[in-house]
Ligand binder design. Structure first.
Ligand SMILES: Nc1ncnc2c1ncn2[C@@H]1O[C@H](COP(=O)(O)OP(=O)(O)OP(=O)(O)O)[C@@H](O)[C@H]1O
Ligand SMILES: [Mg+2]
Length: 443
């Protein structure tokens, strides 16, 4: 059977084809059952008639033998066979030659044969055996007609079931057609449209919910993308404007070499900042595309953290801060990425910590086998409303973006990306005057 024909096409067509095949199979089996049962009944009747007729013939033989009535046998046999016209009889002698044939001209070509011997005593002269044949042609004709009727009934029945099934499927699929129509209309409207959930069958409810959830995510991603574009433009505009303005100024005036050098120096600084933003954005897009950390065994995370903190010693001391490393851990990590994440966290802590306080780098083993690496500092807490957004790109708690700002709001987005690249996630809490920001990593 070619399954392609059964499974291709529309859902309705597919169901109807399967229904037609199933009903044809079931009805075919039923009809076959009826046919076989009728046939076996007819055969049982034929066997019983042959048995009874053979017994009657034996009885006739015994009777004529007992009463010594030689002419009576032929007469009685004729009577018997006249009543049963479909029965034919042959009497055979010892050599197997036929001594008596009931109807030589109408001897049936096909039939059910029953052969029996006469008992030795008392036996009627030369008759040794008898062949009784029942003409089965009429019964066979009835069976053939029955088979034809049953086949036609099965075909018409399955066609009727398929047709009924088609209408049922057509009605049943009405909600699917309505959904398709709704989806078509959605495509024309903006991203804020959603599929109606009222009156939807339970089977489709999950699909509709998933689809609506997908649209939610899409809309959010689209909005983020729009905001991201605006942020990128904003971040690039200021340094570019600075470069253009200072270059124009330098070209217009009759500056001395020294002034020109100053101009080029400040332009270079701006361009380095631009290059830093572009590098950060490239790194984030790499992480978005699913790049994974290149892991290698790290024996002591505490050692690695101390290395980074040492590097930041000057910055921390300048802010009047001390630092400590609490706890330790080991595992396979991308140490370059972890150092980058820690640098960003320490950089933030140095900017936001209270003067004279201690910045704590914490390493802890979590219950699920994850490693928690965080930086905590005392200082102005982050507003609870801002906390969920601090890992977003270009997000800064202080929304006023000063012209000469060195900070672009990409540091924590990179921390979050590094956590994802280690199959982990970032976290942040800010309560009781302490802000702790870090990552959970799968070693
Ligand atoms: N330890 C902290 N204490 C208080 N606020 C913080 C702390 N760390 C981060 N923040 C807030 O979260 C915002 C986002 O931080 P993020 O590091 O992403 O950006 P940034 O530091 O402003 O810029 P960049 O890191 O790109 O130089 C910051 O603007 C800051 O307001
Ligand atoms: Mg930062």
């Amino acid at each position: 059977m070619r399954l392609n024909g059964l499974v291709g096409g529309t859902l309705g067509g597919r169901l109807v084809r399967w229904l037609a095949c199933l009903s044809l199979g079931v009805l075919g089996c039923l009809c076959l059952g009826v046919y076989v049962s009728v046939k076996s009944n007819i055969e049982a009747q034929q066997a019983s008639r042959l048995d009874k007729s053979a017994a009657a013939i034996v009885h006739l033989f015994e009777k004529t033998q007992r009463h010594q009535q030689p002419g009576a046998l032929a007469h009685d046999l004729e009577d018997l066979l006249r009543v049963n016209r479909d029965l034919h009889l042959k009497l055979l002698d010892e050599r197997g030659d036929a001594l008596f044939i009931s109807s030589p001209d109408a001897w049936p070509a096909e039939g059910r044969t029953y052969t029996f011997n006469f008992s030795a005593e008392p036996r009627r002269k030369d008759y040794v055996a008898a062949v009784l044949v029942l003409d089965t042609a009429p019964d066979q004709a009835i069976l053939d007609r029955l088979a034809l009727i049953l086949w036609i009934a099965a075909l018409i029945g399955s066609a009727a079931i398929a047709l009924g099934g088609y209408f049922i499927v057509f009605l049943g699929l009405a909600p699917v057609r309505a959904l398709a129509e709704q989806t078509r209309n959605l495509a024309i409207r903006s991203l804020d449209g959603r599929l109606e959930t009222e009156g939807i069958p339970a089977e489709l409810q999950v699909l509709v919910d998933q689809f609506n959830a997908l649209l939610d995510r899409l809309e959010k991603a689209y909005q983020q993308l729009e905001g991201f574009n605006a942020d990128v433009a904003h971040e690039l505009r200021t340094p570019l404007a600075n470069i253009i303005a200072s270059s124009e100024l330098a070209l217009r005036g009759k500056e001395r070499d020294e002034c020109l050098r100053d101009c080029i120096g400040s332009n270079l600084e701006e361009m380095r900042r631009l290059s830093g933003i572009v590098d950060d954005m490239l790194f984030l897009s790499l992480a978005d595309r699913g790049a994974k950390a290149r892991r290698a065994p790290v024996q002591s995370l505490a050692g690695m953290c101390a290395e980074v903190a040492d590097y930041y010693e000057a910055v921390l001391t300048e802010s009047g801060l001390q630092w400590t490393v609490e706890g330790d851990g080991a595992g396979c990590f991308d140490s370059a990425l972890l150092k980058r994440a820690l640098s960003n966290l320490l950089n933030n802590a140095a900017r936001h910590a209270e003067r004279g306080s201690t910045v704590a780098i914490r390493i802890a083993q979590e219950a699920g086998g994850q490693i928690r690496l965080s930086v905590a500092n005392r200082g102005e807490p982050i507003h609870p409303g801002s906390l969920p957004h601090i890992f977003n790109r270009f997000f800064r708690v202080d929304a006023s973006r000063s012209q000469g700002s060195q900070n672009h709001g990409l540091g924590l987005a990179i921390v979050s990306a590094i956590a994802r690249m280690h199959d982990g996630e970032p976290f942040a809490k800010s309560e009781n005057g302490e802000t702790e920001i870090g990552v959970r990593l799968r070693p």
